[in-house]
Design a protein around this ligand. Structure first.
Ligand code: HEC
Ligand code: HEC
Length: 357
């Protein structure tokens, strides 16, 4: 198992961000707190990017920006509208609702443990959290009424520059009062890298606490890594190798309702492939899949037990599993009760009075 996790790390190439980068963290002349918060049991330390190392000042600024609806053009939608802490950093809806009640085409994935990975979105079209954070600000069905990205970003920066409290916080975090899109993205990404989940019953069981899971849950775990082969894709400490896989979601009509990864790579075999999501805190974040088409974990397990939905690009790892009713129940028990973690609950949602004016 350990070798596997290590391989996973190397595969993503995230070992590069060294501790040395941490030391050089702060902007020159600023007295900043550069010690990242500790991570819970079961998680490796976060590798902070060399060009956006942790500072407490940036994380605090990023938190305010993340929760502040004033980032949207009509001050109605924040990042947290669609990635809400009380909903496991999702919105628990099949598709998300942006400004003026507009609906998007995909389900909002969780922000939890995104710190450990590079490619973002269901199709991996953003290559970092920094790049991802710029997306919603310029998305006309999410946070802006502008049609062009540049105009949307300029408008959002203009709104922030008019709030003296924010300008002061940007100065504390970056040493200047400009308030740029890059600074906003870096602050939000820094905050997101503190949204972590570990110390689940599964982690405690692995660490030797034999009573952390029931016999049924332990059996479910063994099925997960054995007969059910969930770990062909959901592997490593975050239960994902971040690969793009076709498991047959959205193929009811014989063609993909959403082309998925194909839109980024143009490769035929990527049609209908989506990123393998983490399974940590999974009971909190339904409905499931990129289109929110499965309401329950029972439905999800049934889908896998049948071997997914047949299509020309279905992953080779998708085969009927032949799980008995009892085995399915144990696997579901493990998913529902073994993977609920801790860490992100310590982040308190800012109250109205906490936001800068
Ligand atoms: C209107 C709802 C909505 C808003 C507002 C929104 N998001 Fe999202 N977010 C989504 C949806 C839907 C996706 C998936 C889209 C896709 O994959 O094409 C997503 C994807 C993401 C991802 C990628 C996660 C992954 O597993 O790849 C991150 C990170 C994220 N959002 C953070 C943010 C941040 C930060 C903000 C604020 C700047 C924000 N979101 C605003 C709905 C929203
Ligand atoms: C071939 C790779 C693969 C295998 C094997 C696999 N998964 Fe998945 N899993 C994925 C992908 C990819 C998605 C997202 C698919 C989509 O939305 O189109 C997913 C989605 C999920 C989801 C929904 C997550 C969410 O946030 O919406 C759950 C739950 C899940 N898988 C559990 C399991 C279980 C349990 C098993 C074993 C029975 C399993 N998976 C086997 C690749 C895989």
């Amino acid at each position: 198992m350990n070798r596997r996790i290590f391989g996973w790390f190397l595969g993503l190439g995230v070992v590069g961000g060294s501790v040395g980068a941490l030391v050089a963290a702060g902007a020159p002349g600023l007295n900043q707190d550069q010690t990242p918060p500790p991570v819970p049991l079961g998680l490796p330390p976060v590798q902070w990017p060399a060009d956006n190392p942790y500072t407490h000042e940036k994380a605090e600024l990023g938190k305010l920006l993340y929760f502040d609806p004033r980032l949207s053009s009509d001050a109605t939608v924040s990042c947290a509208s669609c990635h809400a802490p009380e909903k496991g950093y999702t919105d628990c809806a099949p598709v998300s609702t942006g400004i003026k009640q507009q609906k998007g085409g995909r389900s909002a994935p969780t922000v939890i443990n995104r710190a450990y990975t590079t490619l973002q979105f269901w199709d991996g079209r953003a290559s970092s959290l920094e790049e991802q954070a710029k997306g919603p600000l310029a998305n006309p069905i999410e946070m802006t009424n502008e049609q062009e990205a540049d105009k949307a970003h300029d408008a959002a920066m203009g709104r922030l520059r008019q709030i003296p409290g924010y300008v002061a916080l940007f100065e504390k975090a970056y040493g200047d009062r400009t308030v740029t899109l890059d600074q906003v993205a870096k602050a939000i990404a820094t905050f997101e890298r503190t949204v972590v989940s570990g110390n689940a019953p599964y982690d405690r069981y692995k660490a030797g606490e034999t009573k952390a899971m029931t016999t049924a849950q332990v059996n479910g775990m063994k099925l997960f890594f054995g007969k059910a082969r969930c770990d062909s894709c959901h592997l490593g400490f975050n239960f994902s190798d971040e690969s793009f896989m076709n498991i047959g979601i959205g193929w009811e009509k014989g063609e993909p309702a959403d082309l998925g990864r194909f839109k980024v790579t143009g490769r035929e075999e990527d049609k209908g492939a989506f990123k393998t999501p983490t399974l940590r805190d999974i009971p909190l974040t339904g409905p499931y899949m990129h289109d929110g088409s499965m309401a329950t974990l029972e439905e999800v397990v049934e889908h896998y037990n049948q071997g997914g939905i047949k299509n020309p690009y279905l992953s080779q790892s998708m085969k009927p599993l032949g799980l008995t009713d009892e085995e399915q129940a144990d696997l579901i028990d493990f998913l529902k009760n073994g993977l609920n973690g801790e860490g992100w609950q310590q982040i308190k949602t800012p109250k109205a009075a906490d936001f800068p004016h």
